[in-house]
Design a protein around this ligand. Structure first.
Ligand code: ADP
Ligand code: NI
Length: 220
């Protein structure tokens, strides 16, 4: 099967599978990550099919919705790619990407990186970019609203020392998420193009925060 046909079929599969997904990880998130990934890949010497399939399938089954079972996503992706006769080497690479996309999964118990490829780095950058900029602001407040969190509370300072579990349970206001996570992302990007895009979105968020405080204080 030719690359465009494989991608068209994968897009249809992902759209159908994510029909009921929550707003932060719906088809439009995938579409944005896919576009970001293609933009970054233009500057890199990589396997474009792996980049496309990895981006399209990276959130195919978020472990959050499968009792934390992290093998569901890679299994679904593998079965689907086999069903449309993608070659084994490509399937293995895409499955490795899905398994390693989150930072937590990319480290083994001794802290060493388990799997690394340029294609994975590109998709990781593309996914992080969707947490930044205007979209990042929208997603953060959408998440905060879903969790019934305050927008901002000047008496609750950001805390950069929470474990992942503490972070999930925290009732901290959404503005704190910018300092605890989002403003740290630009220094974690893997590729030059990803870094450049992240810097623009980072600056937008700094401007956004300045305006937020001006309005909060009745200064504008
Ligand atoms: P991913 O699936 O990419 O690992 P998450 O599920 O952690 O990301 O987050 C999805 C979106 O929700 C991101 O845009 C992220 O910034 C936002 N988000 C996650 N945790 C919080 C939080 N505590 N407050 C506000 N937004 C959050
Ligand atoms: Ni994602």
């Amino acid at each position: 099967m030719k690359e465009p046909e494989t991608i068209t079929k994968t897009i249809a599969f992902v759209k159908e599978t994510l029909k009921e997904a929550e707003g932060g990880h719906d088809w439009f998130h995938i579409q944005r990550v896919y576009k970001n990934a293609k933009q970054i890949a233009k500057d890199e010497d990589v396997d474009s099919l792996v980049v496309s399939l990895g981006a399209l399938l990276h959130d195919i089954a978020d472990a959050k919705f499968h009792d934390g079972d992290e093998s569901v996503g890679p299994d679904i992706a593998q079965a689907f790619l086999k069903s449309i006769a993608v070659d084994d080497k490509t399937i293995t690479h895409v499955v490795n990407i899905i398994n390693n996309i989150s930072f937590k999964n990319s480290l083994s118990k001794d802290g060493k990186t388990k799997f690394k490829s340029k294609e994975l780095q590109i998709i990781q950058d593309a996914d992080r970019l969707d947490a930044l900029g205007a979209i990042g602001v929208a997603r953060a407040f959408n998440y905060g609203g879903f969790k019934n969190r305050e927008l901002y509370n000047p008496d609750i300072a950001p805390n950069l020392n929470m474990t992942k579990e503490e972070y999930k349970k925290s009732k901290a206001p959404t503005i704190n998420h910018f300092y605890e996570k989002l403003l740290l992302l630009k220094d974690k990007m893997n590729t030059p193009m990803g870094t450049k895009m992240a810097e623009e979105r980072h600056d937008f968020m700094l401007n956004y925060l300045e305006q937020f405080y001006r309005e909060w204080n009745g200064e504008s």
